[in-house]
Design a protein around this ligand. Structure first.
Ligand code: IPM
Ligand code: MN
Length: 364
């Protein structure tokens, strides 16, 4: 039987992106060698490196490379070097947000898990997280204030600027439906986050989510205001299963999710469109302050690859082997400095990639 050849477009980007992508490549090599995974990777520029080389953050070549692939593995973009540019040219907006919009990647999935055996990694007290954490944040990714009308007017006495939070019914419907479907495969509990005591867009959000809930009577729905949700997440994180939120609230809450499981360097993400095509990236940014030092945590990138195998290539076995190898590495206290409790004794980025690769190879 001829095995299907998969194509992955790899976009390392800026900051720690290229370093942690190297560790994901190691995992891909193990899958090729030990699991006869048939894959071809092609690398493309994005973000600041693309601005430096080609004058823009996202070239036609990169877009076409991604269009011709089965999925995109993304590092990170942005850094001080490009901060002086107008925001429409910056790596974040002209690179990453443009890609999200181009492929209609409306569903951002960020699983946030802390096993009961690794509670020490979390900054929360053991009695708060004794049951561990296992939640999934579903963030709307192509609408809301990130893409609403905005402007800056400075040629007057009292300059002003504005951004608009705008949601169409159809946008809320499709993300809510997906969240309910995901909840059905889990503990059947959704918390939908909004600010419906103040914002019109949130009132619409809440009403539409309520409508969709009728189609999923087996799922328990609760609404929570964003301010109180941030508090609940710290006080009682084990009570959450699926969290559903808008683009901006999801951006905020997902960093909080990362913090409670120990580090932003642990949180992977999948951004999917309706066809299941996706971009997979660590939820953290390019972290320019630690770039090039070989100390960044590559786990979020490796787990993003695992999500790519599961959601876009439909290879759940390979995906769970990677997840297990990561878990075993953490259990053996192979940790980068961001999560190691012993600052004298931590491993470098490349060493973590080697350890996880070895553990994975043993599973073949
Ligand atoms: C994220 C990041 C991005 C976002 C930035 C880099 C534009 O913070 O994926 O959470 O705000 O969506
Ligand atoms: Mn963010």
């Amino acid at each position: 039987m001829i095995k299907k050849l998969y194509k992955i477009a790899v976009l390392p980007g800026d900051g720690i992106g290229p370093e942690i992508i190297q560790e994901a490549y190691k995992i891909i090599e193990v899958l090729k060698k030990n699991f006869s995974f048939n894959v071809q990777t092609c690398e493309y520029d994005v973000g600041g490196v693309s601005i430096d080389k080609h004058g823009i953050a996202l070239t036609q070549e990169t877009i076409e490379g991604c269009e011709n692939a089965d999925a995109i593995l993304f590092g990170s973009v942005g850094g001080n070097k490009w901060d002086h540019l107008p925001e429409i040219e910056k790596p974040e907006k002209a690179g990453l947000l443009k890609l999200r919009k181009h492929f209609d990647l409306f569903a951002n999935i960020r699983p946030c898990k802390l096993s009961q055996h690794l509670l020490n990694i979390s900054p929360l007290k053991n009695n708060i997280i004794k049951k561990g954490i296992d939640l999934i944040c579903i963030r709307e990714l192509t609408g809301g204030i990130y893409f609403g009308e905005s402007n800056k007017v400075t040629n007057i006495d009292n300059p002003y600027a504005f951004d608009t939070e705008i949601y169409f019914q159809s946008e809320i419907k499709r993300i809510a439906k997906l969240a309910f479907k995901i909840a059905q495969s889990r503990k059947k509990k959704i918390v939908s986050i909004d600010k419906a005591n103040v914002l019109k867009s949130s009132i619409l959000w809440r009403n539409i989510v309520n409508e969709i809930a009728y189609e999923f009577p087996d799922v328990k729905l609760e609404h929570m205001y964003i301010d109180s949700a941030t508090m609940e997440l710290i006080k009682n994180p084990s009570s959450f299963d699926v969290i559903l939120c808008s683009n901006l609230f999801g951006d905020i809450i997902s960093d909080e999710c990362a913090a409670i499981i120990g580090s932003i360097g642990l949180l992977p993400s999948a951004s999917l469109n309706e066809k299941g095509f996706g971009l997979y990236e660590p939820a953290g940014g390019s972290a320019p302050n630690i770039a090039g030092k070989n100390i960044a945590n590559p786990i979020a990138q490796i787990l993003s690859l695992s999500m790519l195998l599961k959601y876009s290539l439909h290879l759940p076995f390979l995906s769970s082997c990677i997840d297990e190898a990561v878990h075993e590495a953490l259990m053996k206290k192979y940790m980068t400095i961001d999560i190691s409790k012993n600052p004298q004794n931590f491993l470098k980025t490349n060493q973590i990639g080697d350890k996880i690769s070895d553990l994975l190879a043993k599973k073949a």
